[in-house]
Design a protein around this ligand. Sequence first.
Ligand SMILES: Cc1cc2nc3c(=O)[nH]c(=O)nc-3n(C[C@H](O)[C@H](O)[C@H](O)COP(=O)(O)O)c2cc1C
Length: 356
Amino acid sequence: MDRFALVAPLLRLMPPETAHELTLRALSRGWGPRLAAPDAPILASRVWGLDFANPVGLAAGFDKNGVAPAALFDLGFGFLEIGSVTPRPQAGNPKPRVFRLAEAAAVINRLGFPSEGMAAVARRLGSRPSGGWPGPLGLNLGKNKVSPDAAADYAAAAAALAPLADYLVVNVSSPNTPGLRALQDRAELAGILRRVREALGSARDKPLLVKIAPDLGEADLADIAAVAADGAIDGLIATNTTVSRPATLAGPAAAEAGGLSGQPLFEPATRVLATLYRLTGGRVPLVGVGGVASGAQAYAKIRAGASLVQLYTGLVYGGPGLIGRIKRELADCLARDGFRSLGEAVGTASEAASGR
Ligand SMILES: Cc1cc2nc3c(=O)[nH]c(=O)nc-3n(C[C@H](O)[C@H](O)[C@H](O)COP(=O)(O)O)c2cc1C
């Protein structure tokens, strides 16, 4: 029995945010398991000029302040995304603000970007190991709730964090900051990206990704694809949590306000991913996230158009052993279907997955 199986029942008894804080604290002190082993060569890829030993990454929100990257890489992730980080520290929404929906293997959160702020995160990540991290480290940027100038916030956070990041993410899709998702509008987004690039100065070529919501329609997705076609976006992350609620979602927590993640998000997020792949003609690397909790689901995201995948909620229910399991199953799926590399499989089922 692994250690997670021993502590999981205890963690389940605690409010979700307390369980999460304890887990992160344990990881940051080096008490996490060392599960990373050399990855199967078929899982390796190169995206944005960065080498990924495997395509399974940790989604933003798990380690918002960059307290445990070394321990998280030790779990076997191919890459990590730290954040969302806001320019100034802020507390986020009142608690309780995270809810488990165990029967659905889902979570609803309305954290509202609690963040220690860019200066604290930059200081902490500045003390990285001298040889660098074992895989790419992305930094996901948010805006302060009270800030009237979103572009200025993203630009400031990008400038402060770029030296510590292999890629940057403009997060315009969290449902818990008023007005944030409206920034996905074509003109708004193009304006923000222009300001961010200017602020990056000599780091102008740092891969710049945009994370989008699963609740966008085809016209909105086409607008975002058009901004990407202009060369303003190096990659897209699809998707963040959803504000929609499937009719089948049961239990008292289902009615809580916030963003829904986990299994109920898998299908809608994969559909958006596949639609983006079609709209961008496969020319912009996509990161597939939303409801990944098995190798088959990671494989489905890749065949729908993802070059890389991420997960968060799967970890809550599956524990750290899930990462190795996903990697093994994914390597088996690729070999079974005759692919010689991960890259060969990307987008090979995007038409079917986009629901056309
Ligand atoms: C508790 C919680 C906090 C999150 N915080 C962030 C965040 O700060 N920034 C962000 O871009 N996404 C955040 N997310 C969204 C995840 O990165 C991911 O896009 C989403 O949960 C779907 O993936 P999953 O089904 O594997 O959890 C958060 C998700 C959860 C559950």
